[in-house]
Design a protein around this ligand. Sequence first.
Ligand SMILES: [Zn+2]
Length: 364
Amino acid sequence: MKINEIISFLESLAHPSLQEHYDNAGLITGDAGWDCSGIICSLDATEEVIKEAISKKTNLVVAHHPIIFSGLKQINGKNYVEKAIITAIKNDIAIYAIHTNLDNVKAGVKGRMAAMLGLKNTVVLAPKENTLKKLFTFAPVDKADLVRDAVFSAGGGHIGNYSECSFNAEGTGTFKAGAGTDPYVGKQGEQHREKEIKIEVIFPAFLESKLVAALKAAHPYEEVAFDIVPLSNNYEDTGAGLLGELPEEMAEKDFLKKLKEIFSVPVIRHTALLGKPVRKVALCGGAGSFLISKALTAGADIYITADIKYHEFFDANSRLLIADIGHYESEQFTISLLQEILEQKFPTFAVLKTGVKSNPVHYF
Ligand SMILES: [Zn+2]
């Protein structure tokens, strides 16, 4: 199997266009055209992880964090980033990072955190803006079903748990075929009127080229008329953070104890207890201070995240219990998530979890 096939699969789950502007997700070293000898899943592609890949005879590291974030001016091995890159390149190891694009899908990092906590009725805390578009196209009546189904097959028409959503209205299209044409209906040089169905379908913007290709392949006309319009609706399935509910409310201390156990954290940094039970839980894997205000607005009882600074704890304004459980700890289940989805898709293939605990933070 080519590395390309593995990347295409991962991108179908977390499209690269869903990554944040500062991110560097994607293929960082290696060649997508290589044959893949096995995969190691990790949070970080440190030199230790690269060496592990070499020793286990696997040539693809799928990591959550991109080892390179910004440009490198020298590559002489003076720091951990350069060391990892040099070792990877020397040994033909491909590194693929699936970072904020995985953070921004509901079933990604945060979905796994929510599942570990048993949360129900989960919704994305800060849905991503400007990620939806609408396609309008016009098909002759007898081919409308074919065209519509092709657009659905390419991923159009999903709204929440509903699929194959569209709106259809009948009308009349006109056209005059010019020289050199071979019109599906009508004659060259004469205005033709055709009963057509106008089909409207919503879709995530990253599917645009796939959708247009499917539309053109299925549509009988030589020149396919269609409009694509950006929408300002939020795409509720993508974005940062998650809000969910515990099956039953819990006392704050009991919940913090449970949190410590599930995430194996030696210490939780938190704001003052509020003396009220916990039911609504907001969470975000990794550095999540940017969502404190969203957690407050959503009426969460607790916000579980990491990398909260001193002054940011004050932003709870005595209305929210903020729990900082550590960056690595909050994201640790992402390794199993990646391993499981890859193994399920490629069952005959070696997909391993790293044995390296790459957490640079230790507790004394
Ligand atoms: Zn992270």
